[in-house]
Structures are given as C-alpha cells and as structure tokens.
Ligand binder design. Structure first.
Ligand SMILES: [Zn+2]
Ligand SMILES: [Zn+2]
Length: 327
C-alpha cells in the first residue's frame, strides 16, 4: 500500500502482476476498484435507441399534450420558434408543497446537446441559472438539482432531448457528504479540496482532457464510471447559478467539447450529466464549496457485488480515458 499526497491510497498486487487497483476518492472517501481485465473485449456497441415518432412525442408541442403552461420560454430569434421551454413535470417526483420538478425541453426532436453550438449551450446554461434563481426564492427549498439523462440506460424515458430541475426541501445524501467533506477540509487546511486537486491535476496533466481560460475538464482519479468526466472552474467559487461571462461561455465550451468527445469516441452512449452547486439552504455558509459539473457515460448495469458492497468496479483507468479523449 502506498500513500500518495497523504490523501489517496493505492493498493497494487505486484506479485501476481494484477493490474487491478483500489483508489480512494480524496473528497468523498469512497473506494473504487479498477479492474481493467474485465474490459477485455470491451466494445462500444450501439445502445438500444427508443424510437418515438414525432407526432406521438409529448415534447413537440407540450401544451397540446396536456402539459401545464411553461414557467420559462426562450425564443429562437432566427426561426420565429421557441428554442427551449421549461414546464412542470406531468408526473413530478416531488409535487407542490414539497418542492418542484421541471422539465427543460429543447426544440428539436433529434438534435442532441452534443450537436448544439457553444452559443446554444450557453443559452441552455443561462436558462438553468434563471430557473434556479427563481426556485431558490421559494420557501423551504434547500437544494436544487439540475441534471440531464441521455438514453434509456441513463434513465431517460422520452428520447426527445430534455434536462430536468428538481427543487427539494432537504439536502440529499451525496450533497450532504460532499459539502461536509469540503467544509471539513477547508477548516483543517484553510483551503479548498477541489482547488488542491485541480492544481495537482494541472501539474500532472495525465488526467486533464481539455482546458480553456476558465474551465478544466478532467477524468477524475477515482472515477465512479468508465470515461467519467468532471468540469471544474479554475477560480474558486461556490455557486454555479451566479457565474457570468466569460466563465459562462467557457463552461459552454468545455461542455460542448466533453459531450462531443463522448459522442464521437464512445459512439453515442447513454450518459448523465449534473451540476453540483452549493445548497440553497441559507442557514449555513458555503464559501468553502467549489461548484462543478460531472458527466457519466453509462455502460454497465449495477450487479450484486456493487449493490452488496457499495464498491464500484470500473474497467477503464481515467488516465487511459483522458488519453482517448485528448486524441
Ligand atoms: Zn419530440
Ligand atoms: Zn476551490
């Protein structure tokens, strides 16, 4: 067992020349088992695509399909049509009184976010921010989750491109854990754990996939899934919803690069992306937190081992993933 950086433990079995390795996430403390042998013959097969005819798609004309009126609409100035609209989910996971569940619908039935221009992605991010800020004003909301599911395997039931925004009256477990870990690190070291990790990654470079003026895309050291990516702002800041130009465009650029790389190199896999920003909860201060985005392609179905141990098995090392994405 070796200690690297005092935070990360690596175990390697040199005797059997096993290429498996346990890695611990320095922020969450979670262990991940990297087992590349499992990937022998790892092929990127086309995912099973859900077919849905346009005339049966509830997102072509949301109002006509009995949806509530949109809470936010962005027009496409060049086409005299809407570009995106945010509507309340017809079957919300959390209903009025508890929180809210919105769907962010993009106009085109077959145009994925990876095909959007950087300007269009920036508009999407600005819509997330605008809706976030108005939800944050509502009573009892403690956390707002913004995420995107692409493909059935990633939990998307309707193939028409859309994202979701859930406002919750509690702090969900992953958020509590990551916020607490970041606070603890800040109190002990008087600096941010993400900033520390970022400067180390920028020095080492082997897990850096892309960077621009304000954002860095990395394949995380202890990624929970094959080809997972994280986008982090270079400047320490807790709140995604408050970023402005030039960071917003830099984020759009980094997201465009990440989604296009995933689309091209992995042949359009199912994936999830989500934004981790500081909680809305005003009873606490979150200056220690470092907002970021995570993008997780979906290849594996979780098996009994993962369920029984909480230990994820990942077949591709992030260094390898980063190299593939950089090419
Ligand atoms: Zn559609
Ligand atoms: Zn930071």
């Amino acid at each position: 067992m070796a200690f690297v950086d005092g935070q990360i433990q690596i175990m390697k079995n040199k005797k059997t020349e096993s290429t498996s390795e346990f890695r611990q996430d320095s922020i969450s403390g979670d262990w991940i088992l990297f087992a590349p042998l499992r990937s022998a013959g790892h092929k990127f097969e086309d995912r099973a695509k859900t077919e849905l005819a346009k005339n049966k798609c509830p997102f072509e004309n949301p109002a006509k399909f009995g949806n509530k009126p949109p809470v936010l609409v962005y027009q496409d100035k060049t086409k005299n049509d809407w570009f995106l609209q945010i509507i309340p989910n017809k079957n919300p996971a959390v209903g009025p009184g508890l929180g809210s569940h919105d769907v962010v619908i993009y106009r085109d039935h077959e145009r994925y976010l990876a095909d959007f221009t950087k300007e269009e992605i920036k508009t999407v991010l600005a819509a997330f921010q605008e809706r976030y800020k108005s939800l944050a004003e509502e009573k009892n909301i403690k956390y707002i989750s913004i995420f995107h599911n692409h493909g059935k395997e990633a939990g998307s039931s309707i193939p028409h491109p859309h994202s979701q925004i859930l406002a919750l009256p509690i702090l969900p477990p992953y958020i509590t854990r990551s916020v607490d870990a970041s606070r603890r690190y800040f109190q002990e070291h008087n600096k941010c754990t993400h900033c520390r990790m970022l400067s180390k990654e920028l020095k080492e470079k082997k897990r850096v996939v892309y960077q621009n003026s304000d954002m860095v895309v990395i394949a995380p050291f202890a990624s929970r899934a094959e080809f997972e990516l994280a986008i982090l702002p270079k400047k320490h800041f807790a709140y995604f919803e408050k970023i402005k130009e030039p960071e917003l465009f830099a984020l759009a650029d980094a997201l465009k690069v990440s989604l296009s790389q995933i689309y091209k190199k992995l042949k359009d896999p199912a994936f999830n992306f989500f934004i981790h920003t500081a909680p809305v909860d005003r009873s606490s201060s979150y200056g220690h937190y470092h907002w970021h985005m995570e993008i997780m392609p979906k290849f594996d179905i979780i098996g009994g081992f993962e369920l029984s141990t909480g230990l994820d098995i990942v077949a591709v090392y992030p260094e390898e993933a980063a190299e593939i994405f950089r090419k």
